[in-house]
Design a binder for this molecule. Structure first.
Ligand code: SAM
Length: 270
């Protein structure tokens, strides 16, 4: 099977919170679905749940979640119009989608689920505490966030963004991941009074065609907040500079891309 790669003349739309591109994001769909399956396995399946999937994206994984929760009401929440346009096809009784910010969640839920999205909101102690407050008694929080921000691919992004002309074009913007150490999530959940706390980190061993495929991967995620701050020409020179550095650091074909992710789950006592 050929290893994944996307053509280089591929651009993002801009009329959303961040320029998420569903096609670019779906390029590595099979690799991205493995952590979702691990997260889904942590969910305590019960009937008639009021559930929310924060940062639901294009909705097919929200549909998977809804399919395993009998007689439940599942809401997919996302702040990207492009992603929600794709999700609309999955609407059915018991499954709906809304535009909104995950950090401003209101209401109460028996299950708050989030796969690969909370890393886009800052201040995780405050965020997790807020989400925990939106759980019903007996409710469950189940989250997966990438924790590979020290991988060379992410270090190269920060290195190139810190150099001119990009530093000036980005107004000094460099994104630092808000993701905590696993022990800090565990302590946070304990201090909130949660029970059945499970926290672990897992490496997903991806094999990509070459260093360009790694750049394609991060173009669908980690580079998104940089792209939204750059005009089209600078975005292309920025991406090119990252491709050059990535090839220097990851010269092999294929490239082994060990991707660390943090998963946690906890239950609010009855
Ligand atoms: C990496 S995608 C994950 C999508 C989906 N959960 C999945 O597993 O395929 C991250 C999603 O989070 C959404 N997102 C980012 N920041 C958000 C925020 N503050 N509130 C709601 N959604 C957000 C993005 O629009 C994007 O659809």
């Amino acid at each position: 099977m050929p290893l994944p790669r996307l053509g280089k003349g591929h651009f993002f739309g801009y009329n959303c919170a961040m320029p998420w591109d569903p096609d670019r994001y779906h390029q590595f769909q099979s690799q991205r679905s493995a952590p979702f399956e691990d997260l889904l396995a942590l969910v305590k399946v019960r009937p008639s749940l009021r559930a929310v999937d924060l940062g639901c994206g294009t909705g097919e994984l929200t549909r998977r979640l809804a399919d395993v929760l009998p007689k439940s009401d599942v809401l997919g929440l996302d702040n990207s119009a492009e992603m929600l346009d794709r999700a609309a096809q999955y609407v059915r009784p018991g499954l709906r989608f809304e535009r909104g910010d995950q950090a401003d969640l209101t209401g109460s839920f028996d299950l708050i689920f989030s796969n690969a999205a909370l890393q886009w909101s800052e201040d995780h102690p405050a965020l997790i505490s807020h989400l925990y407050g939106c759980l019903t008694s007996g409710g469950q929080l189940a989250v997966q966030v990438p924790s590979n921000h020290m991988h060379i691919s992410h270090r190269i992004i920060r290195e190139v963004a810190a150099q001119d002309p990009f530093r000036t074009a980005l107004n000094g913007f460099i994104r630092q991941a808000p993701v905590l150490l696993i022990e800090d999530y565990a302590r946070l959940l304990f201090e909130l009074g949660a029970q059945e706390i499970i926290v672990f980190e897992k490496v997903y061993p991806h094999v990509l065609e070459d260093s360009d495929a790694v750049v394609d991967w991060i173009s669908g995620t980690a580079l998104v907040p940089y792209f939204e701050r750059l005009d089209e020409t600078t975005k292309q020179t920025f991406t090119h500079a990252i491709r050059v550095r990535m090839k220097e650091e990851l010269p092999t074909q294929p490239v082994f891309y060990p991707f660390k992710r943090t998963l946690f789950s906890a239950v609010k006592p009855l």
